[in-house]
Design a protein around this ligand. Sequence first.
Ligand code: HPA
Length: 234
Amino acid sequence: MTIHIGAKPGDIAETVLLPGDPLRAQWAAETFLDSPVLVNEVRGMLGYTGTWRGNRVTIHGTGMGMPSLSIYANELITEYDAQTLIRIGSCGAMQDHVGLRDVILAMSCTSLSTPSRGILREVNFAPCADWSLLRAAATAAEGKGTATHVGGIYSADVFYDERPDLNEQMVRHGILGVEMEAAELYTLAARHQRRALAVLTVSDHLLTGQALPSTDREKSFGDMVEIALEAAFA
Ligand code: HPA
């Protein structure tokens, strides 16, 4: 047990999928894993361990934003020895050629800051995806015929952003989409020599104002979970 995770040693698999929403962790575990077992429910942050094609996998919520993700990813890495960490989440599209339901594989993450700012200080560290996972996820997405984009994303600190000029600069610099967690996940993975990737489904579009109706979300999110699982065990 750690401060925020009630799982016993050995309850967490080496491979962990990390949705922001704990109820999505439950849905993904019950939909895609064989014999999922609830291993954490401290603060309602659900985590399940089961198997996928015979491979042990944990699916664990992170909450929203980098400070919350940082708590769970730190404990999963340092206390439970998680080796491969794949964020599965939603994002807002920032380019015209990126559509609702498309998948974005985050090659790199731009941010204003991350919880790791305190140690990196003046350095503009460049958090980037693990290449083997990124390549395997691109191959898996291609095999499924999912519209997929690979490139830079923006890990923002605020959802209700009062600085439209920042988003404009992101769009101008080719950033594909915005979410709020991946930069810290990639930074932690780099620090601890683990593999990390963010597989994101576009749930809304910042340029057009479109948003995915909640009824449509499940199928799109399912593709993302399968891409993440295939990449983890490629
Ligand atoms: N902003 C930040 N995070 C997000 C968004 C957004 O528009 N959509 C999904 N996650």
